[in-house]
Design a binder for this molecule. Structure first.
Ligand SMILES: Cc1cc2nc3c(=O)[nH]c(=O)nc-3n(C[C@H](O)[C@H](O)[C@H](O)COP(=O)(O)OP(=O)(O)OC[C@H]3O[C@@H](n4cnc5c(N)ncnc54)[C@H](O)[C@@H]3O)c2cc1C
Length: 389
């Protein structure tokens, strides 16, 4: 089959790229090894697809080159994606901090993308495994179990390594390597953190306990929910911290964000209540008890010295804990790192060395924070390549 554009990967970025390229009258085929397109869109945002964030900016992304994403994000913005949904009558709502979710389900977005690709005559070759790929003269040749495909533009939209159950493979990185392109270090992101066995044992009784905290890690601060699991910590604030956490790092947890605990203890310094009882008026009871035991505080507040009040409230606001690992790509929402942005044009996503070869979406070293930023990057980078491929 000969086309103008072959897109590898029928995920968010590949579908957006196909719509834009086909809209320019380019003939397009999308190849994917899965039975269905857009598996990650389907499960995203707990099935409601947190498809963008109103406050998107380059500061919401981790990348070796923090400026790379600016151009694409400016040319296809959250408002542009919302305009598409508005035209199609798909309803959505803002949850917190600019995060936009479908009012019904993520299927609304998937069927909109499917209808658009059909309307524009995009061909799909699903359940298709790529066996070989090469550049022959002006053309890219992709050999698959369903035959050969040729095109002058090849767009790699195969995503990252996270959640292999949804179709992730390392094909994109393999193609980059074959063409001699640099790849930055790959690691799981937006992923639960785990403790070593001893610490996990100390907290296993807290599994299922959640609370709002502020977490600091490597210069990053995240406010939001934190959940104790059997193996460590999860919840939105932890997932966010995982983007910045490196092996060996501690994270600092403010257990009482927005509360001046030192002032509270000082005001109640005549109280005969046990410390654990007082703390449990702010924190889940099991956590208040465990934390008090760990800190070995076994006397009532009225016996605290001024120094102890200072010391204990400092600890409550700055509890340091050292995770040992993450739950890995199996549980990660995204892959940190990817195709080195120095290999790509920030306007078109085309590689500098191989004309006609493009990379888009998560496979690139651009990783968004939690809150709709990753899908916005997939739409924006897909749009950028679709305007050019
Ligand atoms: C559980 C979960 C929830 C998420 N929730 C959100 C959210 O609410 N908001 C948000 O912004 N982000 C969310 N994300 C992240 C977001 O889904 C991804 O960043 C985004 O989908 C990446 O788009 P992509 O097109 O680059 O890759 P993908 O969507 O991963 O698409 C890649 C496609 O390539 C195909 N492919 C891979 N290897 C091959 C191969 N060898 N041969 C052929 N085809 C191949 C795959 O089958 C897939 O269809 C979530 C991720 C997960 C895992």
């Amino acid at each position: 089959m000969i086309k103008n554009v072959i897109i590898l990967g029928a995920g968010a970025s590949g579908l957006m790229c196909a719509i834009e390229a086909a809209g320019r009258n380019r003939s397009v085929v999308i190849i994917d090894h899965m039975k269905q397109m857009g598996n990650k869109i389907r499960v995203s945002g707990g099935g409601r697809c947190n498809f963008t964030n109103l406050h998107v900016s380059a500061e919401n992304y981790c990348s070796f080159n923090s400026h790379f994403c600016r151009s694409a994000l400016a040319r296809f913005t959250p408002a542009d994606f919302m305009a598409i949904l508005d035209r199609q009558g798909i309803r959505y709502r803002e949850k917190s901090e600019g995060q936009l979710f479908c009012l019904r389900t993520s299927e609304d977005i998937l069927s909109m993308l499917k209808c658009e690709t059909e309307r524009l005559g995009v061909d799909f070759s699903l359940q298709t495994s790529v066996l070989k790929m090469r550049k022959k003269g002006e053309f890219f040749e992709v050999l698959t179990n369903k035959g050969g495909f040729m095109a002058e533009s090849l767009v790699v939209a195969t995503g990252g390594l996270s959640y292999p159950a949804l179709g992730s493979t390392n094909l994109g990185y393999e193609i980059a390597r074959e063409f001699g392109l640099k790849i930055t270090r790959l690691r799981p992101g937006l992923v639960p953190l785990t403790f070593d066995k001893n610490i996990a044992r100390q907290f296993c009784a807290l599994s299922g306990t959640s609370l709002n905290v502020e977490i600091s890690c490597n210069g990053m601060h995240a406010v939001g929910g934190m959940l104790f699991t059997h193996t460590g910590l999860s919840g939105p604030a932890i997932l966010q911290a995982s983007l910045y956490w490196e092996e060996g790092n501690s994270i600092t947890i403010n257990l009482l964000p927005g509360i001046d605990f030192q002032e509270f203890l000082t005001d109640h310094s005549q109280s005969r209540a046990q410390f654990a009882t007082v703390l449990s008026s702010f924190l889940p009871k099991r956590l208040a008890q465990r934390w008090t035991e760990l800190k070995d505080i076994a006397w009532p507040i009225c016996q605290f010295s001024t120094r102890q009040i200072e010391h204990i409230s400092h600890d409550v606001h700055n509890w340091k804990i050292r995770p040992v690992a993450t739950e890995g790509f199996q549980k990660a929402e995204v892959t940190l790192g990817g195709i080195d942005t120095r290999e790509l044009s920030s306007k078109t996503m085309e590689t500098n060395k191989i004309p006609g070869l493009y990379f888009i979406g998560e496979v690139i070293d651009v990783t968004g924070q939690l809150g709709g930023y990753n899908l916005q990057w997939a739409w924006s980078s897909g749009y950028a390549a679709g305007q050019h491929a």
